[in-house]
Design a protein around this ligand. Structure first.
Ligand code: C5P
Length: 214
């Protein structure tokens, strides 16, 4: 169904160095992104999988590009263009440390380190506005309240075609768990998907992408 289609998937967290041995990051196992890459591959797509340091191993049968930082992830995503579709599941750190140290910082009597932050580029937004924009750009929105409203606003702000909105409030048990409950937000409105395994979310999304690119 997707043979001859080239699809970019970003996945996992990014690590933003504080010094050569320390970093800041978001929590992300990479499970949902990996499942999506597998589902797209299984439909015959040529998948470029750009991944930060995730807990789950990357799939076989896809092109794996390993990165650490948001800047590296952006460069790898742009280098993958042109693609027919891009699915951005990575939990990219919003900020990086502007004054990262070249050597390991030492505990000294001089006091505590003062970190300065600088904003990272938004990879989803950059690709959505790119001169070589993929025909279909899909983003994720992990929300803990007003899921639909926030995700709908995010779709407009980022300029992507679809947003997969998921409710990650603690009582759902979704974060780090095997299941997901998503709403697919498109130009046509909101589709509520029943709670299902992350692999089933991935398979259903891959089918939708195949239909959209056909
Ligand atoms: O703004 P927020 O981080 O909630 O947006 C989430 C969506 O944007 C996800 O699809 C994520 O992969 C993408 N994103 C990105 N680059 C960033 C921040 C988020 O691609 N710097």
């Amino acid at each position: 169904m997707l043979s001859g289609k080239r699809i970019l998937v970003t996945s996992g967290p990014t690590h933003e160095p504080i010094d050569p041995v320390r970093y800041i990051a978001n929590r992300s196992s990479g499970a949902q992104g990996t499942a999506i890459a597998v589902a797209l591959r299984d439909l015959g797509a040529d998948v470029v999988f750009v991944t930060g340091p995730a807990q789950v191993p990357p799939p076989v049968g896809v092109t794996v590009v390993r990165v650490e930082t948001a800047l590296q992830m952006l460069a790898a995503a742009e280098a993958a263009l042109p693609v027919d579709a891009a699915v951005m599941t990575a939990a990219v750190a919003d900020w990086r440390v502007a004054n990262a140290a070249g050597q390991k910082m030492k505990k000294t009597a001089q006091g505590l380190p003062m970190l300065e932050f600088i904003e990272n580029p938004d990879i989803l937004r950059t690709l959505s506005q790119h001169a070589r924009r993929p025909a279909l750009v899909v983003g994720f929105a992990a929300e803990t309240e007003n899921v639909i409203d926030h995700a709908t606003a995010k779709r407009a702000r980022k300029g992507c075609d679809w947003i997969m909105a998921n409710d990650v409030s603690v009582d759902t048990g979704i974060m780090g768990g095997p299941e997901n409950a998503v709403h697919l937000i498109t130009a046509d409105g909101v589709e509520e998907w029943p709670r299902m395994a992350k692999s089933d979310v991935a398979a259903r999304l891959a089918q939708r992408i195949a239909k959209a690119l056909a």
